[in-house]
Design a binder for this molecule. Structure first.
Ligand code: AOF
Ligand code: ZN
Length: 358
């Protein structure tokens, strides 16, 4: 190889990274509407010029590649173009025909892929189909960034459970709440305006939100996304003996609710769906398996102390979001015990927000 060759190769590699970054930007535009599908972006480049762009916009609709191809004005340029895509083109007939077949049909000469698709329906078949048709394929460009973008989708397909985020706010003296004996006593508010909004962003990013019985009984939470744009997550409640009274917010129609219980039905009309599980053994594998079966790729757990601690002890979490407020409560419910070594910290109006990604 001459030194000119190696300079050209280095330039190609730098360009590949640049266009893959653009794919990732485009992919993010689908954030609110594509779940449980991955966010995917695609860019078509001809002779150093972007001639087409597209992304997966909503669940059930066109994938990134056909959207990018459709945006190209002069399709005769496609055979001498490179298509960049942040996820391996699919090879299956799903809600739309296989993207890899479309790429072959359009005779696109070169394809650069961010990461392979772990979905067993695809899993390497897309790249194989392209190579068999004589297309040059490069894989693994900005792979770590592509994986990070779709960490929730990956958890579902690689580990068959949702990506789990545990979230709580504690007082300066390490308490979650005052000791309350009934729902009539008001909850101690720890979060401030900004951190509340951030919690709602997390809700918008999650397909489901879970609380334990005590929290549902005492706080009567609505668990909807109101302070950030996006969908309401599926509300999930652990209610072993179906104690949540009629009229509680989780029984309403504002968002769907799923209740895990050992009983089969509430003794009154409710919009909540009850799923029976066995409480004599560990409930978490049963809960996670059920959620995965429903293609729920992400779950945020917002309390209470026992539920959070039990998931911490089981090691069943991928992210921790812990807010430490300014007020001191004196006496009350101890916050969960978690090792926050290595967590990043941000300050919002004197409240510290620790984020730990495992
Ligand atoms: C692509 N490009 O933009 C996306 C892909 O139900 P379907 O037919 O929409 O298929 C969903 C699956 O397709 C999804 O689980 C993932 O494996 C892949 N997503 N593939 O080529 C895209 N979003
Ligand atoms: Zn596809």
């Amino acid at each position: 190889m001459t030194s000119d060759d190696s300079i050209i190769r280095a330039e190609h590699a730098a360009a590949d990274v640049l266009y893959m970054r653009r794919c990732l930007q485009l992919a993010r535009l689908g954030e609110e509407l594509v779940a449980p599908n991955p966010m995917v972006g695609a860019v078509i480049v001809h002779d150093g010029r972007i001639i087409g762009e597209g992304w997966h916009r909503r669940f059930g609709s066109w994938h990134a590649e056909p959207n990018a191809i459709r945006s190209v004005r002069d399709r005769s340029l496609l055979p001498s173009s490179t298509l960049y895509v942040s996820l391996e083109p699919c090879a299956h007939y799903g809600k739309t025909p296989p993207c890899a077949e479309l790429i072959v049909r359009e005779h696109i000469g070169r394809v650069v892929v961010g990461m392979l698709d772990p979905n067993p329906l695809v899993a390497g078949r897309g790249v194989e189909l392209l190579r068999q048709a004589g297309t040059e394929v490069v894989t693994g460009v900005l792979e770590a960034e592509c994986r990070a973008l779709n960490k929730r989708f990956l958890m579902l397909h690689e580990h068959h459970r949702p990506y789990i985020t545990l979230k709580w706010a504690q007082s300066a003296d390490g308490l979650l709440d005052r000791c309350r004996t009934s729902a009539a006593e008001p909850v101690a508010v720890i979060s401030n305006r900004v951190t509340k909004q951030l919690v709602h962003r997390l809700r918008a990013e999650s397909m489901a939100i879970l609380v334990g019985t005590q929290t549902a009984l005492f706080d009567n939470p609505g668990l909807r996304t109101t302070r950030w744009s996006g969908r309401n997550p599926l509300r999930v409640l652990i209610d072993r003996s179906l104690r949540l009274p009629a009229g509680s917010q989780l029984h309403d129609e504002q968002a769907p609710t799923l209740v895990f219980s050992e009983l089969s039905a509430y003794p009154f009309e409710t919009h909540a769906e009850v799923v029976q599980i066995d409480f004599r053994t560990d409930i978490w594998p049963q809960v996670m398996q059920h959620l995965a079966k429903r293609q729920i790729h992400s779950l945020i757990v917002e309390g209470g102390a026992r539920t959070l601690q039990s998931l911490l002890d089981a090691g069943l979490y991928d992210e921790l979001h812990v807010e430490v407020g300014m007020s001191r409560l004196g006496e009350g419910v101890q916050a969960p015990k978690a090792d926050l070594t290595g967590a990043s910290m941000q300050i919002f109006d004197q409240h510290r927000l620790y984020t730990l990604i495992r």
